[in-house]
Design a protein around this ligand. Structure first.
Ligand code: S3P
Length: 166
């Protein structure tokens, strides 16, 4: 089967859905953030803290490039992968791009106790999420082959929906 590439904002459910989808379709799952951490030998917060976001984005693009030859994989991306147009092109070369669209409250509830997302370690994460979603949602939408709403739905429901649409 063609690779499936999951895109979407932090906390939209990409990692959880990718694992469930991998089981349902008997496909291997790759998580870009995990590959970046392995490549750097550092956690995501350590990369941002010690090397900066620009370095993280370079690693992200080079890991994406390395995924071009992948076959029969579910690939879970980091929420900022769509920020570079050249990355969007690569996402499409890799496979069918599925956008998991979540609303502000859903995202906030999923990330509020999380300390592993450096871009949300701010005084007012709720308004940061709102601002970032306003900026990024149009990019996710225009980058997607398939759009799935995730807010208020179980993982099983989302997986079924994706399988039905494919
Ligand atoms: C980021 C999302 C994160 C991770 C990094 C930057 C972003 O991945 O790549 O913290 O810019 O949205 P998740 O979407 O898996 O949280």
């Amino acid at each position: 089967m063609n690779n499936l590439v999951l895109i979407g904002f932090m906390g939209s459910g990409k990692t959880t859905v990718s694992i469930a989808l991998g089981k349902a379709l008997d496909m291997d799952v790759l998580d870009m953030d995990t590959l970046i951490e392995e490549e750097a030998g550092l956690t995501i917060p350590e990369i941002f803290d010690q090397e900066g976001e620009a370095y993280f984005r370079e690693l992200e693009s080079s890991i994406l490039e390395s995924l071009l030859p992948s076959r029969n994989r579910i690939i879970s991306t980091g929420g900022g992968v769509v920020l570079k147009p050249s990355n969007i092109e690569k996402l499409h070369q890799i496979g069918t791009v599925v956008f998991l669209q979540a609303n502000e409250d859903h995202v906030y509830n999923n990330v509020k106790h999380d300390t592993n997302r450096p871009l949300l370690q701010v005084e007012d994460p709720k308004s940061q999420i709102k601002q970032m979603l306003e900026l990024r949602d149009p990019i996710y939408l225009s980058s997607a082959d398939v759009i799935i709403q995730t807010s208020g739905k179980s993982v099983e429901h989302i997986v079924k929906e994706i399988i039905t649409i494919l």
